[in-house]
Design a protein around this ligand. Sequence first.
Ligand code: NDP
Ligand SMILES: O=C1O[C@H](COP(=O)(O)O)[C@@H](O)[C@H](O)[C@H]1O
Length: 498
Amino acid sequence: MVAEKKYEPIDFVLFGTAGDLARRKLLPSLYQLDKANLLHEGSKVIGVARREMSKDEYVETIRTNFESFLGEAVCEETWLRFIARVDYVKIDMTEPEDYSKLCAHVDKSRVMVCYFATPPSIFGALCKGMDHAGVIDESVRVVLEKPIGNDLASSIVINDQVAEFFDEKQIYRIDHYLGKETVLNLIALRFANSIFATNWDHNCIDHVQVSVAESVGIEGRWGYFDDAGQMRDMVQNHLLQILTLIAMEPPATLDADSIRDEKLKVLKALRPINSSNINDKTVRGQYGTGFVAGKEVPGYLDEPDANQKSATETFVAIKAEIDNWRWAGVPFYLRTGKRLPAKVSEIVIYFKRQPHNLFSDSFSTLPPNKLVIRLQPDEGVEVTVMNKVPGIASMGSMDLQKSQLDLSFSEEFADSRIADAYEKLLLEVMQGNQALFVRRDEVEQAWRWADSIIDAWKHSNEAPETYQSGTWGPVSSIGLLAKEGRSWYESKIKRKRK
Ligand SMILES: NC(=O)C1=CN([C@@H]2O[C@H](COP(=O)(O)OP(=O)(O)OC[C@H]3O[C@@H](n4cnc5c(N)ncnc54)[C@H](OP(=O)(O)O)[C@@H]3O)[C@@H](O)[C@H]2O)C=CC1
Ligand SMILES: O=C1O[C@H](COP(=O)(O)O)[C@@H](O)[C@H](O)[C@H]1O
């Protein structure tokens, strides 16, 4: 559907345009916004990288990448409009003098959005270079990629470097999970439906599961990933952000700080995990060889560039607890890993069982109601309820059956295209709305909690458990729930594959 609204003209400067993220996600998202008529006709896209490239060569590279990453045929009309906006500037980002080349490409009377798709270690240099070129003023917005730093201390250094040049109101810390349609739908589900809003606490909810399973390995990113591990790559940001949206109190409004204040309170209420309880509350694993989607894949230590002695985790399961009134006694089990059987992300809310079973012939104990929010793929929402099986049997022998009320987004909203998270978030930056971006105090609080776990692992002297690629992670991750009489939700994807 073509949007009617025209937005203001923007100079979008993409630092790191030759990198993996820019090629796979950012440039295709800008193209999609253009296709949906959501870019002002005067908006420009200025790619910056350190390699020598003419504009024509840059355009050719974008086209080649679109063939691989767009996921649909290129629309020639949009393509011609898009490339007319595009330009390329070669800058060595560690060399302040080089940034003056930008001046010829940006118009200081317009909003400039600068996307730092580079390693965070050069965010400070980027700010200094822009300052040196005299292109910084209050109309500039900067987008910072995650993870910001490697721990709390390094994130403070990076945030301080950026804060020297930009006010917090100009800084957009991106967590692309906050742009996913189904993650955003959590806010609608919780606060637009009284059946959920009134049952959303320790009185009604037994426990919560958040699983973000990936079938890919580290995709040639050994240098980055081995320093990070799944805890810094996924838990410190994406999984904790999901957790805050599930657990936060209703914000007063949907404005940026109302939401972010509530998310921060959840992060502050997370019970610390440290050396005293690390073995009880966490499991970490590293993938070995195995088969994913019928294809043999190498183990983590056999990946290109691997250091054979690496103890970096590629799988994490955690029992998180939130020490506040609403969530007292309700565990939040988080699980994420690479080279699992399928790419599937789900939130499962397990409601408490009925206090008494009237139907003892059908079920020895009545199964709990579940709310399943499928983040990806097959985005949707499912509620498990108990029903009577039709029949004329007497009341005393009424048969029950567990059934699903299933809302699949692709069926319910068949005419709407589900936009990639980056499209949504790029548009929000262009509109100057920070609600879906992470505030500095949130990032730092998330690091405090994650650092304590990472430190405890380091001091435990235990290596991560190896799991076979194509399985659901180390056996101990099953034990994490089993010892409390619970089990991981068996994803529909997995059921279909049986
Ligand atoms: N890739 C992904 O899926 C995701 C990435 N991120 C984050 O996004 C950011 C970018 O990641 P990714 O694209 O994977 O990284 P890449 O290493 O693929 O790309 C980084 C880009 O920065 C450029 N660069 C680095 N140093 C300099 C320099 N001194 N001068 C000029 N250019 C420089 C590189 O140039 P050159 O090509 O010349 O080396 C390259 O274009 C990182 O912060 C990462 O953590 C976050 C989520 C997912
Ligand atoms: O940020 C990251 O996210 C991806 C997973 O994102 P998704 O949208 O495909 O679920 C992950 O593979 C990558 O390692 C991490 O840096």
